[in-house]
Design a protein around this ligand. Structure first.
Ligand code: C5P
Length: 415
């Protein structure tokens, strides 16, 4: 990179702000002059002193500082730069840029500048995917604002998905490419963030929810499964481009968008619907299928018979996961089960993976204190041929996205 370049780096308020210190260090190594502007929120994550020490320049953080204004007018700050870089670019600063709001030094500079701007967005995945952010990114792109990242991965908030700020090396790469005149970087990012769709052309089957096994026309055997995890997985697979069929037992959940949903009640109906969905590349059996049903479902409501004990004779339901694993040439290429356990979670899941013929088993703790059943969070241990992978506590949606990404990586590695 040419050594006479000058960058004005705007550091907004995100946990990724600490990475800008490394970015400045790398730029300085290349003799690029870096001057920093720190927003009020940014100062919660990185101090003006550390930015000043590493950049070797004054850090500007207050629009109305008369001393700073006397030394250098705020418009001068950007006039002096070859490129403005906003890192981390929070949802808030992107919204202000898109809306032309100038309520502090950083946003005033961004509105007043005629210099090129590169943003490195960083935020929670849901904020990144929100239609408001997508629209703002689209608006900025049409105005020629360049973008690097965000990446996909674990987030500080415990979720997983798109929204991690690009690493310092990537930002440096984008800056170098810009100064080289590389067309790929100089072209504004294309509108809304496009999700990669690595599972397009793949077929996926997901089972979800409980099953209800009728005792008579008004009573049934059931369990506490909410279907949240299975539904989230179906959605995540569809989001990555898979042609997805969700076979759902009775739940109170809405059908996920972009997914073919087959509603069933009993285990036998669920099995039938799964068979009809074959062949598939991947099947995820997340349903809490009832293990038993009555051997003799009563046609009429069973009457109380005067206080004597009543016996329900139970027979085992078909095991859908096991049946799919034995489906010869129709066996899903990748077969994934869940092991909901209340004790010795990993050991029991290991045995279950073998017994059921699954490729991967996602073990989760459903003991009474865990809050997994019906709750929004989950702690997963993923078991495969290679061993056990412990995932941090995550929302069920984050588990779904991480699983979908891992499934996509499996197929990419295999091809
Ligand atoms: O209930 P169990 O712990 O055996 O469930 C483990 C896995 O087997 C889960 O993935 C579940 O969806 C699947 N299963 C099934 N059919 C059954 C019982 C369980 O597909 N009848």
């Amino acid at each position: 990179m040419s050594t006479d370049k000058r960058i004005l780096l705007i550091v907004a308020g995100g946990i990724a702000a600490y990475k800008t210190l490394e970015l400045i260090r790398r730029l300085k190594e290349r003799n690029v002059a870096v001057r920093c502007v720190l927003t009020r929120a940014g100062a919660q994550f990185v101090t003006p002193l550390s930015l000043a020490a590493i950049s070797g320049d004054t850090v500007y953080d207050d629009l109305f500082s008369l001393t700073a204004e006397a030394e250098m007018g705020h418009i001068e700050l950007s006039r002096d730069a070859d490129l403005l870089v906003v890192a981390p670019a929070t949802a808030d600063i992107l919204a202000k840029m898109a809306g032309g709001i100038a309520d502090d030094l950083a946003t005033t500079l961004l509105l007043a500048t005629d210099k090129p701007v590169l943003v490195a967005p960083a935020m929670n995945v849901r904020m990144w995917e929100h239609p408001a952010t997508r629209a703002n990114i689209g608006t900025l792109a049409t105005r020629g604002v360049m973008r690097v990242g965000p990446g996909v991965g674990d987030m500080a908030c415990g979720e997983f998905g798109e929204g991690r700020m690009a690493e310092p090396d990537e930002i440096l790469g984008a800056i170098e490419a810009y100064f080289r005149g590389d067309a790929a970087v100089m072209t504004p990012s294309q509108g809304a963030p496009d999700r990669p769709r690595p599972l397009s052309g793949r077929r996926a089957l997901v089972t979800s929810g409980p099953t209800h096994e009728a005792i008579d026309p008004v009573r049934y055997i059931a369990n506490r499964s909410s279907g949240k995890q299975g539904h989230a997985i179906a959605r995540a697979l569809a989001d990555l481009g898979a042609n997805t069929t969700l076979v759902s037992g009775p739940t109170g959940l809405a059908d996920p968008p972009g997914v073919t949903v087959v509603h069933v009640v009993s285990a036998r109906e669920m099995l039938e619907a799964c068979r009809n969905a074959l062949p598939v590349d991947v099947a995820v059996c997340a349903a809490a299928v009832a293990d038993w049903r009555t051997s003799d479902e009563a046609v009429q409501k069973i009457k109380k018979n005067g206080g004597g004990p009543r016996t329900l004779e139970l027979v085992e339901n078909p095991d859908i996961l096991r049946t799919l694993s034995l489906a010869d040439n129709m066996r899903p290429g990748l077969l994934i089960g869940f092991a909901a356990e209340t004790e010795k979670v990993v050991a029991h899941a290991k045995a279950k993976r073998k017994k059921k013929g699954a490729d991967w088993m996602l073990a989760n703790d459903v003991s009474p204190g865990s809050g997994t059943f019906g709750g929004d969070r989950n702690v997963i241990h993923l078991l495969d041929d290679g061993g056990v992978e412990d995932w941090p506590p995550m929302s069920k949606e984050a588990v779904a996205r991480r699983l979908a990404e891992r499934i996509a990586a499996h197929f990419t590695d295999a091809s």
